[in-house]
Ligand binder design. Structure first.
Ligand code: PMP
Length: 364
């Protein structure tokens, strides 16, 4: 549609056009109920069907094993920075954190309030452009879990495979906010996966937590009910009023991803989009530079700078005039960042690459 622009925002982010149109068509009178989904009881039969279908479609997409609970929670991924240690640790328990960017760092700092986290690796001195080799990691033998941020949204660094906790009883925990449902994941490798919806699977307002059932039920006594996985698992995410409309949109996105052929197909499309963008950067004779080590470059968030940094503002402004918006890098790192989640069409990336070549030709 010509009215829709290409939105490269990091989140909230672009949604599939088909999902927006379907939501629009169902908005005024949802399935003949005489009201919109926003106005309904979360305990009514319509919403019950919506949340059940969203959960079962997500289980299909990620092949979530039966011994895992899928929770639709509130508070953003930021709330999970606290919920994870509160649910998995006693106050004196150790937990290991690998910090590959600002989000992992925030998770580590929040955990300090609720357990005894160890920073076992940090990419800070390399400006968060790397993922460590797993063999050399010095994990704490008593750690309850090993925490990673699977994709660092600001720095564009993505785990391509996953470390195994060295302690047999420890579990791997991943913040997948910015690459959730962008590719197949072996859920059984993780104890907890959490993700805010607002990048790949919906609007802001819901955080999806996938947690192995045997880990549920040991929350610290001080844990607020809203952060206790057991409360939400026992009531199928309906302990209190959930973000109904957001869950409904997530359900439409899951349907769309299944219709596309599931996450194997989705990953192929994402790899293609990221490939042409990184090729354009690497083939620019240094006009554009991506600082991230090639083997761990994110398929979702592509940060780059212009060698002539004084041109960055102009680049971002001119791109916006041509219908490509939100290309400014995060305020903490500057430069340019193109977030190209599932719903960014190939045409959007092709248009950006054409613009980059043209801009370069005009500023040599
Ligand atoms: N983790 C990652 C990887 C993120 O990208 C973000 C948001 N940009 C967060 C956590 C925080 O998420 P929220 O705003 O949903 O709390």
């Amino acid at each position: 549609d010509q009215d829709r622009i290409f939105n490269f925002a990091a989140g909230p982010a672009t949604l599939p056009e088909s999902v927006i149109l379907k939501a629009q068509s169902e908005l005024y009178n949802y399935h003949g109920s005489g009201m919109s989904i926003m106005e309904m009881s979360h305990r009514g039969k319509e919403f019950d069907a919506v949340i059940k279908r969203a959960e079962s479609d997500l289980r299909l997409l990620l092949a979530v094993p039966d011994d895992y609970a899928v929770l639709f929670l509130q508070g953003g991924a930021t709330t999970q920075f606290a919920a994870v240690p509160l649910n998995l640790c006693e106050p004196d328990d150790a937990a290991d954190y690998i910090v590959t960017g600002s989000w992992g760092d925030k998770a580590f700092k929040e955990a300090q309030k609720f357990c005894k986290p160890n920073l076992i690796w940090s990419g800070k001195s390399d400006k968060y452009t790397k993922i460590p080799p797993f063999e050399g990691l010095e994990q704490n033998p008593n750690a309850k879990y090993l925490h990673i941020c699977a994709n660092e949204t600001i720095h564009g660094v993505e785990f391509k495979n996953y470390p195994t906790p060295s302690n047999r009883d420890a579990i791997l925990v991943a913040d997948m906010s910015s690459n959730f449902c962008s590719k197949p994941v072996d859920v059984s490798k993780f104890g907890v996966i959490y993700a805010g919806a607002q990048k790949n699977v919906g609007p802001s307002g819901v955080t999806i937590v996938i947690v192995r059932k045997d880990l549920i039920g040991n929350a610290q006594p001080i844990t607020p009910v809203m952060l206790d996985y057991k409360i939400h698992a026992d009531s199928a995410s309906l302990y209190n009023t959930p973000p109904c409309f957001t869950i409904y949109i997530c359900g439409l996105v899951f349907e769309d991803l299944l219709e596309q052929g599931g996450l194997v197909e989705v990953e192929k499309k994402n790899a293609k989009k990221a490939g042409i963008l990184y090729d354009a950067i690497d083939g620019s004779d240094g006009f554009y530079v991506c600082p991230v080590e090639k083997s761990v470059r994110s398929l979702m968030n592509v940060p780059f700078t212009l060698q002539k940094t004084d041109l960055e503002k102009k680049f971002i402004e001119e791109a916006a005039k041509e219908g490509m918006i939100q290309l400014k890098g995060h305020r903490s790192v500057g430069g340019v960042r193109a977030s190209i989640y599932n719903a960014m069409p190939l045409a959007g990336v092709e248009k950006l690459v054409a613009f980059m070549k043209d801009f370069q030709a005009r500023h040599l």
